[in-house]
Design a protein around this ligand. Structure first.
Ligand SMILES: [Zn+2]
Length: 118
């Protein structure tokens, strides 16, 4: 199956937009996850725990965002190489509906399921 040029152009737009958004998000989360120096005299124990909890959340969000960004970059590279829409694992077509919903997917449904089951 060959994906139409219009479809590929749309995916390229989506991926570029995603790349920009995720890069910004990642910078934000990394910033927010940086060790906080709190003025002991001004903040109580509870708000310090709050701050640490938030920091952990931001750290986790940064990791997730980075992983997604990496997939977006791979998908973009595949697009440029004319290799977009095929599964990285088994070389089968990835369902266009799936690509539409998540332009950065690089595995077919079957392989994705297999890799998540690990
Ligand atoms: Zn596959």
């Amino acid at each position: 199956m060959t994906l139409s040029d219009a479809f590929l152009a749309r995916q390229r737009d989506e991926l570029s937009a995603l790349k920009t958004r995720l890069t910004e998000e990642l910078a934000y989360y990394r910033d927010a996850a940086a060790p906080v120096t709190l003025d002991q005299a001004q903040v109580g124990r509870l708000s310090r725990i709050d701050a640490i909890g938030q920091q952990e959340m931001h750290k986790a969000a940064a990791v997730q965002t980075e992983q997604r960004l990496r997939r977006v970059m791979v998908a973009l590279r595949k697009l440029e190489a004319g290799d977009y829409g095929w599964c990285e694992q088994c070389d089968e077509d990835i369902e266009p509906r799936r690509l539409k919903a998540q332009p950065e997917v690089i595995y077919c449904l079957k392989c994705q399921g297999a890799s998540e089951a690990h």
